[in-house]
Ligand binder design. Structure first.
Ligand code: ADP
Length: 505
């Protein structure tokens, strides 16, 4: 259990002085002396025993000790309370270790780590200098190869399985942004960084490889980086040494930070799932619409027959009104099902369009005629601005009519008694024609514009008197887009204007 203590064993100034003295030694090119002195200084400053081990090769070591009097048998026999091993690495490669044996840890480990860090860096540089002096520096080509791999995001490791030590090469700390000594250097230390949900998978992958069930050890897991974030690590490796009984002794491998690729793959999977869900929804809508149409046409047909049937007793006024209501409700439903079917066809890219030059003036007049009855019933005036008779656009005439009728109907529905709906056309300089349907209605607040073209979004008018399904504008926009045009809106409390822009025909 660590606890925060106000004081470290030596004041900053003492540490700084010790460090400066050591740097002086380094510059004078005496790494062995400097290391010896460093071990003693650290031992003195921490009131501990300090061992610095320079790894000269696979089996050869050079050890520098401080804080222990070789004649003090009692002190040597007394077991230390705290053993703290810190990895020394230089240019991304492990070169040795610094071990502290403390009677007790009377201060926070983080505070000590921070204080000792410059000394560790110096120790690492000294050990590297010593190795070079004694001809044990790794060949330059190997360092370059490792550096190149690091630049490409791949880090190498070596695991001495019997001792659990991550060997000379262990760059995992670097990959996750830790200082080399921060995470310890056994496989168990590393495993503590692995996400608890992933550790079983990692161990299973190792077992499979160790037991010969898989040619290569491979696992993908999350590990906690120095900044506290989880990173996705892709790890591969192979057992390179076994004992006489076939027990794994040594393993080499690489680690790659695959967080970005993982995020991209996740986004791709999400998109595929969303596309599949959308395709399923479109398919469902299209089937349901088809299935609903048939019985609904029967209902409408028989209501019509009842209305004109003279074979029995004549119908009274109340009965006729009821039949009219059945027909109106049926027609409304049929129109809504038609919109749903169209929308699903557009979404699935199966809507057939016949795009050709269309003259706007007669088409606009036709549309106004078709909504005249509705406008009269609502007490709304229809106006057609003088239309350029020479204006042609490229469109599917039937679908363009459908869009304009929808916009005109909205202009009438969301208007005030005595209000106006105007249809105007204009030729734009950009090789496009424009049709504006404007009204003197209730307007649409700017913050609701984004929701206007979403299917089934009625902008909160669900419980109002005006009937609607919220499909009209979504479908209109989809149709105009398929025709290569654009549908836009502008609005104020004095009314709204919907504009359809299409290429000139
Ligand atoms: P519907 O009219 O069937 O509800 P639409 O998709 O045509 O569906 O329109 C969506 C919503 O946009 C309407 O419910 C209404 O709230 C609003 N809206 C559409 N046109 C106008 C307009 N001209 N003036 C005011 N609000 C409108």
């Amino acid at each position: 259990m660590l606890f925060e203590a106000p004081q470290l064993p030596a004041a900053d100034a003492v540490w700084a002085e010790a460090h400066a003295a050591l740097l002086d030694q380094v510059q004078r090119g005496e790494p062995a002396h400097a290391l010896q002195r460093l071990a003693r200084s650290i031992a003195h400053l921490l009131d501990a025993r300090c061992r610095i081990v320079a790894q000269l090769g696979a089996r050869q070591q050079c050890v520098f000790e401080g804080g222990v009097d070789p004649g003090d048998e009692a002190a040597l026999a007394e077991p230390p309370q705290v053993r703290w091993q810190l990895r020394l690495s230089h240019a991304g490669q492990a070169v040795g270790e610094l071990e502290l044996l403390l009677p007790e840890l009377g201060f926070a480990r983080e505070a000590l780590t921070q204080r000792i860090e410059p000394l560790l860096n110096t120790a690492s540089a000294l050990v590297a200098a010593l190795l070079e002096q004694r001809g044990h520096a790794p060949p330059a080509s190997l360092s370059v190869a490792r550096a190149a791999m690091r630049e490409a995001g791949t880090y190498v490791w070596e695991w001495d399985i019997a001792s659990d030590a991550l060997g000379d090469i262990d760059e995992g700390a670097l990959m996750l942004g830790y200082a080399p000594h921060q995470i310890g250097h056994t496989q168990s230390d590393w495993n503590r960084l692995i996400h608890p949900d992933d550790i079983d998978g990692v161990e299973a992958a190792y077992e499979a490889h160790a037991e010969g069930r898989s040619e290569l050890y491979r696992s993908v897991y999350r590990a906690r980086a120095a900044d506290g974030q989880w990173r996705w690590i892709e790890e591969r490796g192979r057992i390179v040494e076994r004992d006489a009984n076939g027990r794994p002794q040594r393993m080499y491998g690489t680690q790659t930070d695959a967080t970005v690729q993982h995020a991209l793959e996740q986004a791709r999977q999400d998109q595929l799932a969303a596309e599949a869900a959308s395709a399923a929804k479109t398919e469902f809508l299209s089937r349901v619409s088809h299935e609903l149409r048939t019985p609904l046409n029967a209902v409408l047909g028989f209501a019509q027959l009842l209305d004109v049937d003279t074979s029995g007793n004549p119908l009274d006024d109340a009965q006729r009104r009821r039949i009219t209501l059945i027909r109106q409700a049926g027609e409304y439903l049929l129109a809504m099902i038609g919109d749903l079917l169209d929308l699903s066809l557009v979404e699935s890219g199966r809507l057939q369009m016949q795009i050709e030059p269309v003259r706007l003036a007669p088409l606009a007049a036709d549309c106004l005629d078709l909504v005249r009855g509705q406008a009269q019933a609502a007490g709304v005036q229809l106006r057609l601005e003088p239309v350029d008779t020479a204006l042609w656009v490229r469109a599917d005439a039937m679908r363009l009519k459908q869009v304009l009728i929808n916009l005109l109907t909205n202009g009438i529905k969301y208007n005030r008694p005595g209000g106006e709906v105007t249809l105007a056309t204009s030729q734009l300089g950009s090789g496009h024609g424009r049709i504006d349907v404007s009204d003197t209605g209730i307007g649409i607040p700017a913050e609701q514009h984004a929701g206007l073209f979403q299917p089934f979004n009625r902008l909160g008018r669900e419980s109002g008197k005006v009937q609607g399904s919220g499909l009209g504008l979504a479908l209109s926009q989809a149709l105009v887009t398929v025709m290569g045009g654009q549908l836009s809106v502008s609005s104020s409390p004095a009314g709204s204007c919907f504009g359809v822009v299409l290429p000139v025909g």
